[in-house]
Design a protein around this ligand. Structure first.
Ligand SMILES: O=c1ccn([C@@H]2O[C@H](COP(=O)(O)OP(=O)(O)O[C@H]3O[C@H](CO)[C@@H](O)[C@H](O)[C@H]3O)[C@@H](O)[C@H]2O)c(=O)[nH]1
Ligand SMILES: [Mn+2]
Length: 740
């Protein structure tokens, strides 16, 4: 019987599992050997006492670095334990009238950094999801409180009245009009009628873009940080003579929560919580799709794919969300900055999916309202309303909405948008509404950290909820990746600060997690929280062995020592594993090189600064901030990225440490080489020379940027000069302390 067939399948990636476990076992033996070697050598050094204090200190720092790296490596093994992949069978879903409703939440904050036409493409593509229109409700949160966005949204509604019927009629998959018209376009139809219609729609689209741009040109305010809440249910305006087919349209709502300059608004999490409340009143769908404003739906099938999990009676009672991968439309084949964040989406989430499910990634996920407003499941007619008000605030209407049994979630009836209801929504979007409630603390999206996604997902998993990772063949969503070095380092610094805030709090996954979720899941969460601390070993290992190399002082076993092979093994094993993962995800060896390079660059910069910011935020010396990434295209920058050239026009705080370390490595390798030629004894400092050599090879683009490039993306002369001076100072200080 069709009904009894499963809606989805979960299979273990057997070959990966075997390779992974073999790798983990062998590599951990080698790590134990390293720890044995370091401990015994250190004991010997301290016993004989014939080494200088600075040397012992350096030795201890190198050992400590190796321990930190081993710890992060150990946490990482949890991802490798049991990778799984999933298959869905949407054709087995119940009839349309039995499908649950979906609310789509889209957040935007700034029409300049997030161009309105792009945001509206996301809105339109969400409206075009392959789902019954009366069960789809699209909400846009505008943190910019911008008349430009509101105006653009009205225009988007107008255009969608042409676009949706067209997509439905011809089965268009690329439901973002911009993407559809800029690429060859799908819909394998070549009839005359289709061509004519397509042309007509294209004209409508151009009109739409023109109007949106005009709204921006004529606007007197672009962003308002001081305004009451504004909610508008977008409706079709009076007949304008361009009436298309009477089409069923999803509900479209504009929400701009109240903003006051002096009051904290909790960034995106705050915006999402307002949407959660307002939508609770207007549509109250049991499922929610959250999207960043640049993440348009690239496959209308994602809603039904997600339902294959949410409607599976076996997994649904504990299933909080289905996470889809982040894919990006602007990734070049030669992705020099690893803008696509490959490791997360082609490796780690499969591994977490085999435990309790992937982390929440902030966008491209279908979550249940019940998981976010946890108590709703248990709300009965007799539940103490006073209690609920303490958690959810004073709105009776909202509290009523929590009880699924009372509320139907389908609205078509215009009377539902009575002015009283809209007024109540406005009150739900006001700043004062959350005062003395548990919003952002107990239920809902959490405010504790700027990586609200990671933290909210973590607490859901702690409460016993699960998640699912589904990565279909056709990218379900496509966003705009940061393909600009400076922008991306700022973004990563923000992420790091958010992660470190969690890592050093009472919610640290290794303290808060173990009693609440499987240990492997804790390890995954801990790996994400702690990997930024990799900046400590990276800084140490790119300075200390080099200082010693320049003095001809060995820190590693010499070639004839049996432990030499342990170091060789560790280096080869981890890099070959990395290469294997890149290759099996369909990438080339080049990807490995890019990722190594970016790991080094991020370690010296964002992981370092982000950790400092996180610690300062924790002790109250700094306020958290969230500057949305720039999603507007910059032709010059895009050109450099596409041609595989680094664009070093980034703040000096990022460029200078990077250059300093590279120059330091070049100089110490040169000095070391001269020493080797003199003494003819290379065996003792081989590993140190190799470390420098490896860093230099991997960081070749930086060398090119300092010495060889003449274009505008090169490293500025002033930065090179300053870096050379800094490298000189470090080297001289190093030789001073090591000699005396
Ligand atoms: O005060 C704010 C700040 C941001 N946003 C929106 O949040 C989204 C994400 O912002 P973006 O600048 O694109 O940040 P990213 O670092 O790219 O976002 C990633 O990381 C965030 C956590 O730091 C997650 O929330 C996101 O989903 C995830 O894509 C965008 O739609 C913004 O408009 C707001 O609505 N209000
Ligand atoms: Mn983004």
């Amino acid at each position: 019987m069709e009904d009894s067939l499963p809606l989805n399948l979960c299979q273990v990636k057997k070959s990966s599992l075997v390779i992974n476990r073999l790798y983990t076992s062998l590599h951990s033996i080698a790590l134990l050997a390293l720890i044995f070697y370091r401990t015994s050598t250190l004991l010997e050094i301290t016993k004989t006492g014939n080494k200088s204090m600075p040397f012992v200190l350096f030795y201890v720092l190198v050992f400590a670095s190796e321990l930190i790296l081993s710890f992060i490596w150990l946490l990482n093994q949890a991802y490798l334990w049991r990778p799984v992949y999933r298959t869905v069978f949407p054709e087995r879903l119940p009839e349309d009238d039995k499908l649950p409703a979906i609310d789509v939440f889209i957040c935007t904050a700034d029409p300049t950094r997030e161009p309105s036409v792009q945001v509206m493409n996301t809105v339109i593509s969400a409206m075009a999801l392959d789902y019954p229109a009366n069960k789809l409700h699209v909400y846009l949160s505008d943190d910019g409180g911008s008349p430009v966005t509101l105006g653009a949204m009205r225009e988007a509604w107008n255009f969608a009245r042409f676009w949706l019927p067209f997509c439905r009629k011809y089965g268009i998959q690329t439901s973002s009009p911009e993407a559809y018209f800029s690429v060859a376009g799908d819909g394998n139809v070549s009839s005359k009628e289709f061509t004519a219609e397509k042309e007509k729609i294209k004209e409508e689209y151009d009109v739409f873009k023109e109007r949106v741009n005009k709204i921006k040109e004529n606007a007197t305010t672009i962003i308002s940080k001081n305004h009451p809440s504004i909610i508008e249910v977008i409706r079709r305006p009076a007949d304008n003579g361009r009436e298309p087919d009477k089409a069923e349209m999803p509900l479209l709502v504009y929400v701009s929560r109240e903003k006051r300059p002096s009051q904290p608004h909790n960034f995106k999490a705050g915006a999402l919580n307002v949407l959660l409340r307002v939508s609770g009143l207007l549509s109250n769908s049991p499922h929610i799709l959250a999207l960043d404003c640049d993440m348009y739906c690239n496959d209308p099938a994602s809603a039904r794919q997600a339902m294959c999990f949410h409607l599976d009676s076996e997994i649904s009672p504990k299933l909080a969300f289905v996470q889809f991968p982040h894919n990006f439309h602007n990734i070049s084949d030669n992705d020099i900055y690893d803008s696509q964040l490959r490791t997360f989406f082609t490796n780690q989430w499969y591994g977490m999916d085999g435990i309790t499910g992937p982390i929440n990634c902030g966008t491209c996920f279908y979550i249940t309202r019940e998981a976010l407003c946890e108590t709703s499941g248990s709300i009965q007619e007799d539940t103490n309303v006073g209690q609920l008000r303490k958690i959810f605030g004073p709105s009776n209407e909202f509290i009523k909405s929590l009880n699924r049994k009372i509320k139907s979630n389908i609205i078509k009836d215009e009377a539902r948008f009575s002015s009283a209801l809209l007024q109540e929504s406005q009150c739900l979007a006001s700043l004062s509404y959350e005062r003395d409630t548990q919003w952002g603390k107990e239920a809902s999206f959490r405010y504790f950290s700027v990586v609200e996604d990671y933290f909210t997902g973590f607490l859901l998993h702690c409460k016993g909820w699960n998640s699912v990772y589904y990565n279909p063949q056709r990218p379900p969503f496509l966003g705009t990746a940061s393909t600009n070095l400076g922008e991306m380092l700022v973004q990563n610094t923000r992420w790091t600060a958010g992660l470190i805030e969690v890592a050093i709090s009472k919610y640290s996954p290794i303290i808060y997690g173990p009693s609440r979720m499987p240990i492997l899941a804790c390890m995954c969460y801990a790996q994400l929280a702690y990997y930024p601390f990799g900046f400590i070993p990276f800084w140490c290992l790119s300075i200390i062995p080099q200082l010693c190399l320049a003095q001809g002082i060995p820190l590693y076993p010499e070639i004839s020592n049996p432990f030499f092979m342990v170091f060789v093994y560790l280096f080869l094993s981890s890099n070959l594993k990395h290469i294997q993962e890149a290759l099996s995800a369909g990438h080339s060896i080049r990807t490995w090189m890019h990722e190594q390079r970016m790991w080094m660059i991020k370690s010296v910069t964002c992981y370092f600064y982000g950790s400092l910011n996180g610690i300062m935020e924790k002790i109250g010396m700094r306020e958290a901030s969230f500057l949305p990434t720039d999603k507007a295209e910059d032709e010059g920058r895009t050109k450099l990225y596409k041609s595989g050239m680094f664009d070093f026009r980034a703040p000096g705080m990022f460029i200078i440490p990077m250059c300093t370390l590279v120059i330091l490595n070049i100089v110490s390798l040169l000095i070391g080489a001269v020493k080797i030629i003199h003494t003819r004894n290379y065996g003792e400092i081989f590993i140190q020379a190799f470390i420098s050599f490896f860093i230099i090879v991997v960081q070749y683009p930086v060398i090119e940027g300092i010495f060889f490039r003449k274009d505008y993306g090169r490293i500025p002369k002033s930065a090179s000069l300053l870096s050379t001076m800094l490298a000189g100072i470090i080297l001289s200080l190093g030789s001073l302390v090591l000699i005396y």
